[in-house]
Design a protein. Sequence first.
Length: 304
Amino acid sequence: MDHPLRNETNKELRRRVIHLLSNGFNIIRQSNIIFVCGGNKDGDMRRKFQKVFPELLPEYEFFEPEFAMKDYFSMGDTEPFDIADFEKLVGELSLAVVLFPEAPGSFAELGYFSGQKDLVKKIVLALDITHQGSDSFISLGPASKVDKESIFKTSLQMDYQYPDFKLVSQRINERVKLKESRKKFAIGEFAEMSSFELFALTHQLVELLVIATIEDIEFFLTALFRNHFSASKSKKIISILLGSKRLVEIGEYRHLKVNNDKPQALKLRDGFKTTYDELTIDISAQLYAADSEFEEILQELSKC
């Protein structure tokens, strides 16, 4: 079911949406997402860290790719799935990547991320002190690279049987601070925009549309980027927005809406509030003037 703004009679309203997104926002300079890699069993370090994370790092958000993958696989992406590319995207969106090498997957992630120029500098590496000799593969290879290039260097030495996760939170708090400063948000070529900018743009677009399907989002991205955008990357970003609970699904058509408990990375610039208010009123009018099937979706939306 297409969004009413996709109707040919609403071309001028679409133009106003695109103009506001292109000119009316500032963007925060960093995310608060902490990407955590490790094992999946209850007794593994990642699961133990997850339990204490809200207390140790209350301003940050715990995230792992598994949160998003189930949504991504249901989106019908036509490109072959590559777990490394997906995790690289999550890493690009994150402020830090906490790594507990404790399972085959996390060992592979350490090797892969340490070889990525933009990701190695974000790694907080917590090694099991009881299993790491100075001549081990990890110590000589990936850990050595992390210790040279990460802003969180050097690697943390921790007893995995009796972990002190304050070492991780202290290292993050000492090396990075969440900043309130912003810069003007500008839409350029899709390939030249950062993953975080595309993440923020998609989140804000759904808020403006009130509800939207994946097809609706891609329709507007086509207009914003003059048809030069990656539908596959867009689906991955949408799945991460769902996995981080910034977006939620409603109804049998799987419409998306924003979770009002999660803040937007884009904020209105001075002088655009009236433009925003008038636009949202006009969009709401179109939604409530739509056919009866759409009215049922809006009724469900009002219950959320």
